[in-house]
Design a protein around this ligand. Structure first.
Ligand code: ADP
Ligand code: MG
Length: 303
Protein backbone atom coordinates (compact mmCIF):
# COMPACT_ATOMS: atom_id res chain seq x y z
CA UNK A 1 0.00 0.00 0.00
CA UNK A 2 1.46 3.26 -1.08
CA UNK A 3 0.81 6.46 0.79
CA UNK A 4 -0.36 9.01 -1.81
CA UNK A 5 1.10 11.81 0.26
CA UNK A 6 4.56 10.49 -0.50
CA UNK A 7 3.93 8.94 -3.89
CA UNK A 8 5.33 10.82 -6.81
CA UNK A 9 4.08 10.91 -10.33
CA UNK A 10 6.30 10.81 -13.33
CA UNK A 11 3.49 11.84 -15.64
CA UNK A 12 4.23 15.13 -17.38
CA UNK A 13 1.68 17.83 -16.65
CA UNK A 14 1.75 18.91 -20.26
CA UNK A 15 -1.55 20.68 -20.34
CA UNK A 16 -1.00 22.60 -17.18
CA UNK A 17 2.62 23.62 -17.12
CA UNK A 18 3.66 26.46 -14.81
CA UNK A 19 3.50 29.99 -16.19
CA UNK A 20 6.17 30.82 -18.74
CA UNK A 21 7.74 33.78 -17.03
CA UNK A 22 9.87 34.68 -20.05
CA UNK A 23 6.80 35.83 -21.94
CA UNK A 24 4.64 36.69 -19.00
CA UNK A 25 1.97 34.35 -20.35
CA UNK A 26 0.62 31.32 -18.58
CA UNK A 27 1.47 28.23 -20.56
CA UNK A 28 -1.98 26.88 -19.98
CA UNK A 29 -3.81 25.76 -23.06
CA UNK A 30 -6.85 23.75 -22.09
CA UNK A 31 -7.36 21.83 -25.27
CA UNK A 32 -10.96 21.05 -25.66
CA UNK A 33 -12.51 23.96 -23.87
CA UNK A 34 -12.32 27.67 -23.82
CA UNK A 35 -11.73 27.79 -20.12
CA UNK A 36 -10.60 31.15 -18.88
CA UNK A 37 -7.71 31.35 -16.48
CA UNK A 38 -6.92 33.96 -13.87
CA UNK A 39 -4.16 36.45 -14.62
CA UNK A 40 -0.66 34.93 -14.79
CA UNK A 41 0.53 37.03 -11.86
CA UNK A 42 -2.18 35.42 -9.82
CA UNK A 43 -1.29 31.96 -11.03
CA UNK A 44 2.31 32.29 -10.02
CA UNK A 45 1.37 32.79 -6.41
CA UNK A 46 -1.45 30.29 -6.13
CA UNK A 47 -0.76 26.68 -5.32
CA UNK A 48 -2.89 24.05 -6.96
CA UNK A 49 -4.50 21.30 -4.99
CA UNK A 50 -5.94 19.58 -8.08
CA UNK A 51 -5.22 19.65 -11.78
CA UNK A 52 -8.06 18.17 -13.79
CA UNK A 53 -6.78 17.31 -17.25
CA UNK A 54 -9.04 16.26 -20.11
CA UNK A 55 -11.28 14.25 -17.85
CA UNK A 56 -14.22 12.35 -19.31
CA UNK A 57 -16.38 10.28 -17.00
CA UNK A 58 -18.78 7.69 -18.35
CA UNK A 59 -21.42 5.39 -16.93
CA UNK A 60 -21.82 2.15 -18.90
CA UNK A 61 -19.93 3.71 -21.81
CA UNK A 62 -22.05 6.89 -21.97
CA UNK A 63 -20.16 10.09 -21.17
CA UNK A 64 -21.75 12.03 -18.30
CA UNK A 65 -19.08 14.77 -18.43
CA UNK A 66 -16.56 15.29 -21.19
CA UNK A 67 -13.18 17.01 -21.63
CA UNK A 68 -13.08 18.71 -18.26
CA UNK A 69 -9.83 20.61 -17.67
CA UNK A 70 -9.23 23.17 -14.97
CA UNK A 71 -7.05 23.66 -11.89
CA UNK A 72 -8.40 23.88 -8.36
CA UNK A 73 -6.47 26.13 -6.02
CA UNK A 74 -5.32 25.45 -2.50
CA UNK A 75 -7.01 27.21 0.42
CA UNK A 76 -9.76 28.46 -1.82
CA UNK A 77 -13.40 27.59 -2.20
CA UNK A 78 -14.26 26.35 -5.68
CA UNK A 79 -17.92 26.14 -6.68
CA UNK A 80 -19.32 23.82 -9.34
CA UNK A 81 -22.62 25.19 -10.65
CA UNK A 82 -24.98 24.35 -13.48
CA UNK A 83 -28.34 22.74 -14.18
CA UNK A 84 -29.32 19.37 -12.79
CA UNK A 85 -27.74 16.42 -14.57
CA UNK A 86 -24.76 18.33 -15.97
CA UNK A 87 -22.31 16.14 -14.07
CA UNK A 88 -21.31 18.23 -11.07
CA UNK A 89 -21.62 15.34 -8.63
CA UNK A 90 -19.91 13.02 -11.08
CA UNK A 91 -16.88 15.31 -11.33
CA UNK A 92 -16.81 15.93 -7.58
CA UNK A 93 -16.76 12.19 -6.91
CA UNK A 94 -13.83 11.81 -9.29
CA UNK A 95 -11.75 14.05 -7.01
CA UNK A 96 -11.55 11.45 -4.25
CA UNK A 97 -12.16 8.30 -6.27
CA UNK A 98 -15.68 7.83 -4.97
CA UNK A 99 -16.58 6.83 -8.55
CA UNK A 100 -14.58 3.66 -7.91
CA UNK A 101 -17.54 2.51 -5.84
CA UNK A 102 -19.85 2.65 -8.89
CA UNK A 103 -19.05 -0.41 -11.04
CA UNK A 104 -20.29 1.16 -14.31
CA UNK A 105 -18.28 4.39 -13.87
CA UNK A 106 -15.09 4.97 -15.86
CA UNK A 107 -12.77 7.95 -15.48
CA UNK A 108 -10.53 8.88 -18.41
CA UNK A 109 -7.92 11.64 -18.43
CA UNK A 110 -5.85 12.68 -15.45
CA UNK A 111 -6.64 14.05 -12.04
CA UNK A 112 -3.60 15.25 -10.15
CA UNK A 113 -3.85 15.87 -6.42
CA UNK A 114 -0.75 17.87 -5.51
CA UNK A 115 1.64 16.03 -7.86
CA UNK A 116 0.04 12.64 -7.42
CA UNK A 117 -1.78 11.01 -10.30
CA UNK A 118 -4.91 10.01 -8.36
CA UNK A 119 -5.79 7.20 -10.75
CA UNK A 120 -2.32 5.67 -10.84
CA UNK A 121 -2.60 1.97 -10.01
CA UNK A 122 -0.15 2.45 -7.15
CA UNK A 123 -2.48 4.88 -5.36
CA UNK A 124 -4.70 3.40 -2.67
CA UNK A 125 -8.22 4.90 -2.86
CA UNK A 126 -8.70 4.47 0.88
CA UNK A 127 -5.69 6.71 1.50
CA UNK A 128 -7.08 9.17 -1.04
CA UNK A 129 -10.37 9.43 0.83
CA UNK A 130 -8.48 9.97 4.06
CA UNK A 131 -6.88 13.10 2.60
CA UNK A 132 -9.93 14.22 0.64
CA UNK A 133 -13.10 14.10 2.73
CA UNK A 134 -16.67 14.33 1.53
CA UNK A 135 -19.90 15.81 2.84
CA UNK A 136 -23.17 14.87 1.17
CA UNK A 137 -26.43 16.57 0.32
CA UNK A 138 -28.39 15.05 3.13
CA UNK A 139 -26.73 14.96 6.55
CA UNK A 140 -25.84 11.32 7.17
CA UNK A 141 -24.68 10.88 10.75
CA UNK A 142 -24.20 7.32 11.95
CA UNK A 143 -26.88 6.08 14.39
CA UNK A 144 -24.44 6.59 17.23
CA UNK A 145 -23.59 9.22 19.80
CA UNK A 146 -22.18 12.58 18.75
CA UNK A 147 -18.87 11.51 20.27
CA UNK A 148 -18.78 8.19 18.45
CA UNK A 149 -19.63 9.80 15.13
CA UNK A 150 -16.46 11.86 15.36
CA UNK A 151 -14.31 9.14 16.93
CA UNK A 152 -15.30 6.53 14.34
CA UNK A 153 -12.82 7.51 11.62
CA UNK A 154 -9.85 8.15 13.93
CA UNK A 155 -10.48 4.78 15.62
CA UNK A 156 -10.68 2.88 12.33
CA UNK A 157 -7.50 4.56 11.15
CA UNK A 158 -5.77 3.96 14.49
CA UNK A 159 -4.94 7.64 14.85
CA UNK A 160 -2.64 8.42 17.73
CA UNK A 161 -3.55 10.80 20.52
CA UNK A 162 -6.16 11.29 23.18
CA UNK A 163 -9.58 10.56 21.68
CA UNK A 164 -11.37 13.16 23.83
CA UNK A 165 -9.04 15.83 22.44
CA UNK A 166 -9.47 14.60 18.88
CA UNK A 167 -13.26 14.76 19.28
CA UNK A 168 -13.21 18.20 20.89
CA UNK A 169 -10.86 19.59 18.27
CA UNK A 170 -12.99 18.30 15.38
CA UNK A 171 -16.21 19.61 16.94
CA UNK A 172 -14.58 23.01 17.43
CA UNK A 173 -13.46 23.06 13.81
CA UNK A 174 -17.02 22.17 12.85
CA UNK A 175 -18.34 25.14 14.90
CA UNK A 176 -20.38 22.73 17.00
CA UNK A 177 -18.50 22.28 20.25
CA UNK A 178 -20.33 24.88 22.34
CA UNK A 179 -23.72 23.53 21.28
CA UNK A 180 -23.00 19.87 22.03
CA UNK A 181 -20.25 19.68 24.66
CA UNK A 182 -22.77 18.77 27.38
CA UNK A 183 -24.44 16.01 25.38
CA UNK A 184 -21.62 14.24 23.59
CA UNK A 185 -22.98 10.81 24.51
CA UNK A 186 -26.47 11.46 23.16
CA UNK A 187 -27.58 10.15 19.79
CA UNK A 188 -26.66 12.31 16.82
CA UNK A 189 -30.19 11.91 15.44
CA UNK A 190 -31.38 14.20 18.25
CA UNK A 191 -29.63 17.15 16.63
CA UNK A 192 -31.22 19.62 14.21
CA UNK A 193 -30.54 19.15 10.49
CA UNK A 194 -28.03 22.00 10.46
CA UNK A 195 -26.21 20.58 13.48
CA UNK A 196 -26.16 17.15 11.86
CA UNK A 197 -24.55 18.62 8.76
CA UNK A 198 -21.92 20.42 10.85
CA UNK A 199 -21.36 17.09 12.64
CA UNK A 200 -20.74 15.48 9.24
CA UNK A 201 -18.26 18.24 8.42
CA UNK A 202 -16.57 17.77 11.82
CA UNK A 203 -16.51 14.01 11.21
CA UNK A 204 -14.76 14.60 7.89
CA UNK A 205 -12.28 16.96 9.57
CA UNK A 206 -11.50 14.48 12.37
CA UNK A 207 -9.34 12.36 10.08
CA UNK A 208 -7.24 15.39 9.14
CA UNK A 209 -7.87 15.76 5.44
CA UNK A 210 -6.63 18.72 3.45
CA UNK A 211 -9.58 18.87 1.06
CA UNK A 212 -13.30 18.76 1.76
CA UNK A 213 -15.68 18.00 -1.09
CA UNK A 214 -19.24 19.13 -0.44
CA UNK A 215 -22.16 18.05 -2.61
CA UNK A 216 -25.00 20.54 -2.11
CA UNK A 217 -24.39 20.51 1.65
CA UNK A 218 -27.12 23.01 2.43
CA UNK A 219 -29.89 21.86 0.13
CA UNK A 220 -31.79 20.23 3.00
CA UNK A 221 -31.24 23.12 5.43
CA UNK A 222 -33.10 26.29 6.40
CA UNK A 223 -31.52 29.71 5.69
CA UNK A 224 -30.11 30.17 9.21
CA UNK A 225 -28.43 26.76 9.23
CA UNK A 226 -27.20 27.45 5.71
CA UNK A 227 -25.66 30.72 6.86
CA UNK A 228 -23.82 28.92 9.66
CA UNK A 229 -22.37 26.40 7.24
CA UNK A 230 -21.30 29.19 4.88
CA UNK A 231 -19.60 31.01 7.78
CA UNK A 232 -17.90 27.76 8.70
CA UNK A 233 -16.66 27.28 5.16
CA UNK A 234 -15.05 30.71 5.28
CA UNK A 235 -13.27 29.78 8.51
CA UNK A 236 -12.13 26.43 7.14
CA UNK A 237 -10.63 27.97 4.05
CA UNK A 238 -7.56 29.02 6.03
CA UNK A 239 -6.61 25.38 6.56
CA UNK A 240 -8.42 23.42 3.87
CA UNK A 241 -9.34 23.54 0.24
CA UNK A 242 -13.06 23.19 -0.40
CA UNK A 243 -14.90 22.17 -3.55
CA UNK A 244 -18.64 22.70 -3.32
CA UNK A 245 -21.42 21.69 -5.67
CA UNK A 246 -24.34 24.01 -5.22
CA UNK A 247 -27.69 24.56 -6.82
CA UNK A 248 -27.95 27.90 -5.08
CA UNK A 249 -26.28 30.57 -7.15
CA UNK A 250 -26.37 33.15 -4.38
CA UNK A 251 -24.48 30.64 -2.28
CA UNK A 252 -21.81 30.15 -4.96
CA UNK A 253 -21.49 33.93 -5.26
CA UNK A 254 -21.26 34.37 -1.48
CA UNK A 255 -18.84 31.62 -0.58
CA UNK A 256 -16.59 30.76 -3.48
CA UNK A 257 -13.39 32.18 -4.91
CA UNK A 258 -13.55 30.35 -8.23
CA UNK A 259 -16.57 29.03 -10.08
CA UNK A 260 -16.90 26.43 -12.82
CA UNK A 261 -20.14 26.68 -14.78
CA UNK A 262 -21.31 23.42 -16.35
CA UNK A 263 -23.95 22.89 -18.96
CA UNK A 264 -25.56 19.90 -20.65
CA UNK A 265 -24.93 19.41 -24.34
CA UNK A 266 -27.46 17.44 -26.31
CA UNK A 267 -25.97 15.03 -28.84
CA UNK A 268 -27.60 14.10 -32.15
CA UNK A 269 -28.44 10.74 -30.62
CA UNK A 270 -30.27 12.53 -27.76
CA UNK A 271 -27.33 11.84 -25.45
CA UNK A 272 -26.73 14.41 -22.73
CA UNK A 273 -23.17 15.26 -21.78
CA UNK A 274 -21.94 17.76 -19.22
CA UNK A 275 -19.28 20.27 -20.24
CA UNK A 276 -17.61 23.17 -18.49
CA UNK A 277 -18.59 26.36 -20.28
CA UNK A 278 -16.57 28.78 -18.24
CA UNK A 279 -14.21 28.71 -15.27
CA UNK A 280 -13.06 31.91 -13.67
CA UNK A 281 -12.98 34.01 -10.54
CA UNK A 282 -16.45 33.89 -8.99
CA UNK A 283 -16.84 37.65 -9.19
CA UNK A 284 -16.17 37.54 -12.91
CA UNK A 285 -18.59 34.67 -13.49
CA UNK A 286 -21.37 36.55 -11.70
CA UNK A 287 -20.72 40.09 -12.92
CA UNK A 288 -19.21 39.85 -16.40
CA UNK A 289 -19.09 36.28 -17.66
CA UNK A 290 -17.45 35.68 -21.02
CA UNK A 291 -19.95 33.21 -22.39
CA UNK A 292 -23.58 34.11 -23.09
CA UNK A 293 -24.66 30.72 -21.72
CA UNK A 294 -23.09 31.55 -18.37
CA UNK A 295 -24.76 34.92 -18.34
CA UNK A 296 -28.16 33.42 -19.11
CA UNK A 297 -27.75 30.98 -16.25
CA UNK A 298 -26.42 33.31 -13.57
CA UNK A 299 -29.05 35.94 -14.37
CA UNK A 300 -31.74 33.27 -14.11
CA UNK A 301 -32.85 33.40 -17.74
CA UNK A 302 -32.37 29.67 -18.04
CA UNK A 303 -32.36 27.01 -15.34
P1 ADP B 1 -25.52 16.77 -11.30
O1 ADP B 1 -24.84 16.51 -10.01
O2 ADP B 1 -24.97 17.94 -12.05
O3 ADP B 1 -27.02 16.88 -11.16
P2 ADP B 1 -24.79 14.02 -11.92
O4 ADP B 1 -23.32 13.96 -11.87
O5 ADP B 1 -25.54 13.48 -10.77
O6 ADP B 1 -25.26 15.51 -12.27
O7 ADP B 1 -25.29 13.23 -13.21
C1 ADP B 1 -24.74 13.46 -14.50
C2 ADP B 1 -25.30 12.40 -15.44
O8 ADP B 1 -24.80 11.14 -15.08
C3 ADP B 1 -26.82 12.29 -15.41
O9 ADP B 1 -27.26 12.03 -16.71
C4 ADP B 1 -27.05 11.11 -14.51
O10 ADP B 1 -28.25 10.45 -14.83
C5 ADP B 1 -25.85 10.23 -14.79
N1 ADP B 1 -25.47 9.45 -13.59
C6 ADP B 1 -25.14 9.93 -12.38
N2 ADP B 1 -24.84 8.95 -11.52
C7 ADP B 1 -25.01 7.80 -12.22
C8 ADP B 1 -24.86 6.41 -11.89
N3 ADP B 1 -24.47 6.01 -10.66
N4 ADP B 1 -25.12 5.49 -12.87
C9 ADP B 1 -25.50 5.89 -14.10
N5 ADP B 1 -25.67 7.17 -14.47
C10 ADP B 1 -25.42 8.11 -13.56
MG1 MG C 1 -25.58 16.37 -8.07
Amino acid sequence: MQDPTTATSTAPMTDLDPPDTSTGHAAITPRALQVREPAPTDLATRDRIFSIEDVTISYSGKAAVRDIAFPIYKNEITALIGPSGCGKTTLLRALNRMNDLIPTAKVEGKVFYHDIDLYDSAVDPVQVRKRIGMVFQKPNPFPKSIYDNIAFGPRVLGMKGDMDSIVESALRKGALWDEVKDRLKTNAFGMSGGQQQRLCIARALAIEPDVILMDEPCSALDPISTGRIEDLMHELRADYSIVIVTHNMQQAARVSDMTAFFTVELGQDESRTGRVVEYDATEKIFTSPSDPRTEAYVTGKVG
